[in-house]
Every structure is written in structure tokens, then in C-alpha cells.
Design a protein around this ligand. Structure first.
Ligand code: PRX
Length: 663
């Protein structure tokens, strides 16, 4: 059954001073790149520097395990650092880092690295990783760090010596890290004593200490001193980063490894609806190619730009469009350590003003929380340096779009919502899908970039009608796609390539409008997007059932004005236990400890049964419908109708209780 969908806001906007390509003309241009996509992408890849050219553009012998630019050799660190440091950009600033602590109207710390400085640093760190830890090509390390310059430097240094890594977001808790370290079999964890967030110290090394008890592969911990808090250092396992660097000879140089195009650059975990997180393995050659293309097409790189991606490197946006993409293009970029509203909600506007940011990449959640404080905090600063902005991570509601466009964008800049995912490696759908600026439509994602064959399918795998909701797919391989799911190729095939044979299934609902624009509507599976970060219902439920009084749990996402979505839990207690507020708090603190603060439950409801299918699967869509006052839909597979009444009762009772409590 198709669901007809009404455009929430079908207005076209034309950014000032840009050459506009009407969608029809773009679609024609796009068609030719999709038809001959292999040669098209080879043409882009040639613009990078390769030690050795590829023999075959695309190895399709074992679908869906595609390999791009087979036979080619390159090194990501060389491309992002050496090329510029050895050439005319040696003294150009690569990275402007701003720490969170603030006093007298100014940040206490701003550190700048030229490409020459970055070159010296990555060589030193690469030398240390190799000599102190004996790390070599093919090894894997874990990284759990705050947003400090050492984070991208360690990533680049690892790439230099062919070591793959997995970064774990510094807001994640012990269980999330342990699971990832064990799956990745990381040999070393690079961390910091702590990090700053909203004026508070987040203890990182302490959490790593807990992880070490359960992660046997990890033999060493390298610790950056960031906040100077008290921590335990167990010798010889734990070492200070600055002490180890001091041992590296002056002017150390480490020859970049000549990586095969299909060698993994990193593994980044995404949350699923069932089972443990999926380690998305990205290659080197295809990944560099998609970054090179999209940096130029979507961010319209100019030599004098000051680029700022506000994402945390713990997520894919920070990998692709902070740690690698801008440096690949020799840009000057800003990196900020802390909270957007510290010490006041004008912090981001002040960063834009002080560093004269011209290209801004941010998220709907950030925009909405900014909007909540009102225009005043933007107007305190001159943001007129911004010429182009994009958001990512979740659908942007037209209201937030229009607010941001009017305030920071002064009603004239390019502003789009780029669609992509951890799996795709780089941006796939955008309003500047290839230096061709199509008219902007608030709330949409725009059109597929050149060379990307995206479509919306109906349930049977046929192209969906214009204006009807369907499933987003990508019909041909693209550079930057995953090589596989780490140690689980079967799952890779099943999750992404079994719903529609031959096409990549993104797991998102989407609509195509009459201009060919894509509107991504949200997840079709049960991944909850909290502030743009995907959390699997399964992970949350597994954390909750760790509580000794809990028998079973179901988690669903409910709409939230700022964060887009937040999780709520329905919990069945073991016999003999009574619901209480204390239990609610305990359950929530388990979730925060194990998964992290982003996973905080908005509410915990106690029930004695849950809506399930006859085969025992929890029907989360039914629970969600009750919570959002929507029709519960088809109940043919429901085992026990009374369970819905229980959900309704628990919901209304808690509502009443909360309304009685003083705020
Ligand atoms: O649901 C889509 C949503 O984010 C999902 C991917 O999440 P993740 O792997 O964490 O990567 C996020 C950053 C690239 C997608 O399946 N999503 C991402 N960008 C958008 C979006 N939904 C709507 N509009 C977007 N611009």
C-alpha cells in the first residue's frame, strides 16, 4: 500500500550570486554520469595522487562486495598532509582548534596548525605508534577521545602507517566501548584523561579502565593530558602521550605506507535493530574519491574558505568532513571542543565571527537548540562571513530551516540538507549535487550527486510513484561504500542487499517530488535518531534488562522539539517487584552508564505485557502509535489485544502523575 504524501513546504529559493541549474537540466546531466558511472568515477579518482594507478576500476566479481580501483595504491595521510606541506600550502593554516574553557569574553585556548605543523605532528605520532607500540600495517586500534587536535592527528598518523582504527564517540559509556573494542580486537586504546563539556569534566580514562577488564585484546592505553584530572596510570600498560612524543627524535619522518585501494582505512560502528552494532569497514581509494568529489561539489571549496564542521569526530560526519575531507582539499578548518551553549548560547555565533567561518556544516538538532534561544544570540555577532551552509543527520523541519536561513544565512546563502549515512562514506543527495546549484527547497535533501543512482522503490522493488512514500535505494555501486560489515559479511549482504536484489537498501523512507528532489522522511527500521545519532532499540533494551528487577523491555522513539527523537521505555518487572520512581531512575542510570548520556530515557513506563506478534516480536510501531496519538494500524499479527490497553493505561497514568507533580 502506498502512502500519499503532501509536501510540507514546496517553495523554491534562489541563493544570491549563484548560477542556478534548473532541476530538469540537472537530471539530464546526472543521467549521463550514472550511465557511465565507472569511467565517471575513475575521472574523479585520477585527480588524487596515486603511487600506482589501478588496473581495474571496479571489481564486481563477488557482489555485493565491490572493490574500487583495484591494483591502485595510495595513502590517505599523504593526500591530506604531505601533498600540501610539501607544496605551496606549507604555511597555510590547516586547523584552528578552539577549546571550550572561556573567560573574559574569549576562549582560553586557540591552537593553530599549519600544514607544515601537521606534517611534523603526524610524523612524530606515526613514529611513536610504530616504535613504542610496534603497530604495523593491518593492525587495529581503538580511539576514545574528546574533540582535541590530537584526535584527527592520531587518525591521520594511523593511516600513515596503514593501521586501521575504530573511533568510539566520547559520549558513549563502558558497555558500548567494550563491545566495539572486542569486536574490532583493538590492540591499543588512545584516549585522554578527560574532556570538557558544558564547563564540566567528562572522565574518559576512568571509563577506559572499566573497559580494560573486559577487553582482552587491548594491551596498551595511550593517554593525552587534556584536563589534568586525577587518573590511575598502570605501568607499563598506560603511557602519557606527551611523554612518549618527547622520546621521538627531532625531525622524525615516517614513509607513508603504500596502501592498496581496497585496504580498510577504518571501521565505524552503527546501531542496528537486532544484534550488536555493525562495524562498517571503509576502504581507502573509494573513500578518498567520494570525499574529494563531495568536498568540491557540495562544499564548493575555495582556497580562502574557512570551513567549520560542528560534528563530533566520534560520528561519521566528523570522520569524513572534519578529519579527512577538508584536509584532503587543503582547506583551513575550525574544530571546536565543547558545548554549543557554553558559557552562553552565542558561543557558536562567536566562533563564526572570530574565525570568519565561510562554510558551515551542522545538524538540525543544533539548529533547533539554537533557535530555542532566539535571534538575540545570533545577532550579538557578525555572521556575514558565512556563504554556504548544510545540515545533516536527520530531516530538517521547514521551520528550523527557515529560521537558520534567515538569521545565520541572512536570506541569501546556499543552505541544504545533505543525505547520507555511515555506510555511504560520503554525501549522496544534496542541493549542490555537482557544482550545479539547483533551486533550494526547505525541508528537502535535493538531488542525487553526479554518479549516484538513487531512487525510491515500492514494497515490490519497483520505482515508486512521484509523491508516494517508498524506500530509498542506491542502484549501483559507488566509491566510498562499505567493503563489508567487519567480520560479518553475511550480515552485510542481508541487511543492505536482500530486500531489493541488486540495490543497496538504505533503511529510510523517502519521497521523490515532481522535480526529482528527494525528501528523506526518517528511518523505516527501528533505529532511533537522537540528536541525529542512531541508537538501536535492541541496544537500549539490552541495557535495561541488565537491571536485576527487570524482566523485559521495549524501547521506542517519540518526537522531541529539539533532538528530533528521544527514547522512552516500556518495562515489565520480574514478579515480586513494584514500580517506583526510584526504579525509573535506576533504569535510566543503567542506560546512561552502559550506552551513554545521549541514550537517556525520556520516560519509563511499567506494564505487565507488551504488544507482540504471534512469533514473539515486539510491535514497536503499535506502542509508538499510542504515544503519538496515531491510529495503531493493522493488528492482524498481534497476539494479545489487551496489551495495547496496558500501554495506553501506563501512558495516561504517568501523564496524570507528571501533571500533578510541581515543576
Ligand atoms: O535516516 C537517515 C538520517 O541518518 C541516517 C544515517 O545515520 P548515520 O549513519 O548516523 O549518519 C548520519 C550522518 C551522515 C540516515 O539513514 N539522515 C542523515 N542525513 C539526513 C538524514 N535524514 C534526513 N535528512 C538528512 N539530511
Amino acid at each position: 500500500m502506498s502512502v500519499n504524501w503532501v509536501l510540507p513546504f514546496d517553495e523554491k529559493l534562489y541563493p544570491e550570486g549563484c548560477k542556478i541549474v534548473e532541476p530538469e537540466a540537472y537530471v539530464k546531466m546526472h543521467e549521463s554520469t550514472v550511465k557511465d558511472y565507472k569511467n565517471f568515477w575513475a575521472g574523479i579518482a585520477k585527480e588524487l595522487s596515486w603511487y600506482r594507478p589501478w588496473k581495474e576500476i571496479l571489481d564486481e566479481s563477488n557482489p555485493p562486495f565491490y572493490k574500487w580501483f583495484v591494483g591502485g595504491e595510495l595513502n590517505a595521510c599523504y593526500l591530506c598532509v604531505d601533498r600540501h606541506a610539501k607544496g605551496s600550502r606549507k604555511d597555510k593554516v590547516a586547523l584552528i582548534w578552539e577549546g571550550e574553557p572561556y573567560a573574559n569574553g574569549m576562549p582560553k585556548e586557540v591552537r593553530k596548525f599549519t600544514y607544515g605543523d601537521l606534517y611534523t605532528e603526524v610524523n612524530k605520532v606515526a613514529y611513536m605508534l610504530r616504535n613504542t607500540y610496534g603497530l604495523k600495517r593491518g593492525d587495529m586500534i581503538g580511539i576514545y577521545m574528546p574533540m582535541i587536535p590530537e584526535l584527527p592527528i592520531v587518525m591521520l598518523a594511523a593511516s600513515r602507517i596503514g593501521v586501521a582504527f575504530t573511533v568510539v564517540f566520547s559520549g558513549f559509556g563502558e558497555e558500548s566501548i567494550t563491545e566495539r573494542m572486542n569486536d574490532a580486537e583493538a590492540k591499543l586504546i588512545v584516549t585522554a584523561d578527560g574532556g570538557w563539556r558544558a564547563g564540566k569534566i567528562i572522565q574518559l580514562k576512568k571509563i577506559v579502565d572499566e573497559v580494560l577488564e573486559k577487553a582482552a585484546s587491548v594491551k596498551g592505553v595511550l593517554v593525552v593530558k587534556r584536563v589534568d584530572c586525577e587518573i590511575d596510570m598502570v605501568q607499563p600498560r598506560d603511557r602519557w602521550y606527551h611523554e612518549e612524543l618527547a622520546k621521538v627524535p627531532e625531525g622524525a619522518y615516517v614513509e607513508p605506507e603504500r596502501m592498496k585501494s581496497e585496504d580498510p582505512i577504518y571501521v565505524l560502528y552503527t546501531s542496528g535493530t537486532t544484534g550488536k552494532p555493525k562495524g562498517q569497514v571503509h576502504d581507502t581509494g573509494g573513500y578518498m574519491t567520494i570525499l574529494h568529489a563531495t568536498m568540491n561539489w557540495v562544499f564548493d571549496v575555495n582556497e580562502e574558505d574557512i570551513y567549520w564542521c560542528t560534528a563530533d569526530i566520534g560520528w561519521v560526519t566528523g570522520h569524513s568532513y572534519l578529519a579527512y575531507g577538508p584536509l584532503l582539499e587543503g582547506m583551513t578548518e575550525v574544530m571546536y571542543e565543547g558545548s554549543p551553549s557554553y558559557p552562553e548560547p552565542d558561543r557558536w555565533a562567536s566562533i563564526i565571527e572570530r574565525h570568519k567561518v565561510s562554510v558551515l556544516y551542522t545538524s538540525p538538532t543544533a539548529i533547533r537548540s539554537w533557535m530555542k534561544f532566539g535571534d538575540e544570540f545570533v545577532n550579538r555577532h557578525d555572521t556575514s562571513s558565512v556563504r554556504l551552509m548544510h545540515s545533516v543527520g536527520e530531516p530538517i523541519n521547514p521551520e528550523a530551516f527557515k529560521w537558520f536561513y534567515r538569521t545565520v544565512g541572512r536570506n541569501r546563502v546556499v543552505f541544504g540538507s545533505t543525505w547520507w549515512m555511515t555506510e555511504t562514506g560520503g554525501i549522496m543527495i544534496s542541493h549542490i549535487p555537482g557544482k550545479a546549484i539547483v533551486p533550494m527547497k526547505p525541508g528537502t535533501n535535493g538531488l542525487p550527486i553526479l554518479g549516484i543512482d538513487a531512487d525510491v522503490f515500492d514494497e515490490n522493488g519497483n520505482p515508486q510513484k512521484i509523491g508516494d512514500r517508498g524506500y530509498l535505494v542506491i542502484k549501483q555501486p559507488w566509491p566510498g561504500m562499505p567493503l563489508t560489515i567487519y567480520k560479518n559479511p553475511g550480515r552485510y549482504k542481508e541487511v543492505y542487499f536482500s530486500k531489493f536484489l541488486g540495490s543497496y537498501y538504505a533503511g529510510d523512507y523517502a519521497v521523490k517530488d515532481r522535480d526529482g528532489y528527494f525528501w528523506i522522511l526518517g528511518r523505516a527500521d527501528e533505529v532511533i535518531k537522537v540528536a541525529g545519532h542512531g541508537l538501536g532499540t535492541y541496544e537500549l533494551e539490552s541495557a535495561i534488562v541488565n537491571h536485576s528487577d527487570v524482566a523485559e523491555a521495549a524501547v521506542v522513539g517519540v518526537p522531541d522539539d529539539i533532538k528530533g527523537e528521544v527514547p522512552v521505555a516500556f518495562v515489565i518487572l520480574k514478579v515480586g517487584n513494584e514500580p517506583s520512581d526510584e526504579l525509573r531512575r535506576d533504569i535510566n542510570s543503567i542506560v546512561r552508564d552502559k550506552i551513554g548520556h545521549i541514550a537517556s530515557l525520556k520516560e519509563v513506563y511499567f506494564v505487565t505485557r507488551l504488544p507482540k506478534t504471534r512469533s514473539g516480536k515486539i510491535m514497536r510501531r503499535v506502542i509508538k502509535a499510542v504515544l503519538t496519538d496515531k491510529p495503531v494500524g493493522n493488528l492482524a499479527t498481534l497476539e494479545d489485544e489487551a496489551s495495547i490497553d496496558e500501554v495506553k493505561k501506563a501512558y495516561s497514568e504517568l501523564r496524570q502523575e507528571l501533571s500533578r507533580k510541581p515543576t
